[in-house]
Design a protein. Structure first.
Length: 192
């Protein structure tokens, strides 16, 4: 029931039983599962340090070397909240790591810090391959290449290592006007 695309976007399209909807923050469970699976596969735990799996060309700010995977997963990393992350997700992550742990290490929901998992899962999975990407491009995200390549490796991992084995189909892309994909709407302000 309901609409997957509303008139505010030019036309109203109904949900069907096959509509693909965004998971939004519910994807954090999938991302955390992927990370923990990879940590376990390499004899690591959530208490392991994050820094060895960050690109060596990223400047690490205050106390980044002491940050654990647990702190990243439970939103106690102390990393600053990202700004400009929608326009430049790669630059946002680089900037957060460079600034370092400038916030209190108490719970503070930080979805942009959690975005690091998109890089960390592939790096834990195959550190040599991840390092080769960054070294090969001299850590320059020209045309978004590093962001794209690491995102592709992350998506491939999620599909092949988590979703396929349990028979779940998932998509990471889709145009709601040409395929059966739902848009997310926030009608809290009465814009419905």
């Amino acid at each position: 029931g309901g609409a997957r695309v509303h008139r505010i976007d030019g036309t109203r399209k109904a949900f069907t039983k096959d509509t693909v909807a965004q998971t939004a923050s519910a994807a954090k469970l999938i991302n955390a599962t992927a990370l923990i699976k990879e940590l376990y596969a390499h004899g690591l735990t959530v208490e392991s340090k994050v820094a060895p799996f960050l690109p060596s060309c990223w400047e690490k700010g205050k106390d980044v070397g002491s940050m654990t995977f647990r702190q990243l997963l439970n939103h106690t990393s102390g990393l600053p909240k990202g700004s400009g992350c929608d326009a430049d997700p790669y630059g946002c992550l680089v900037k957060m790591i460079k600034e370092g742990r400038t916030q209190p290490r108490t719970y503070a929901y930080n979805t942009h810090a959690y975005d690091l998992l998109r890089f960390l899962v592939p790096m834990v999975d195959d550190l040599d391959a991840g390092t080769a990407w960054f070294d090969g491009w001299e850590c320059k995200n020209t045309g978004g290449i590093l962001n794209s390549r690491m995102s592709e490796r992350f998506v491939r991992y999620i599909r092949h290592e988590l979703l396929d084995p349990i028979g779940v189909a998932g998509t990471f892309y889709g145009d709601p006007f040409t395929s059966n994909v739902a848009l997310n709407y926030d009608f809290a302000g009465g814009n419905g």
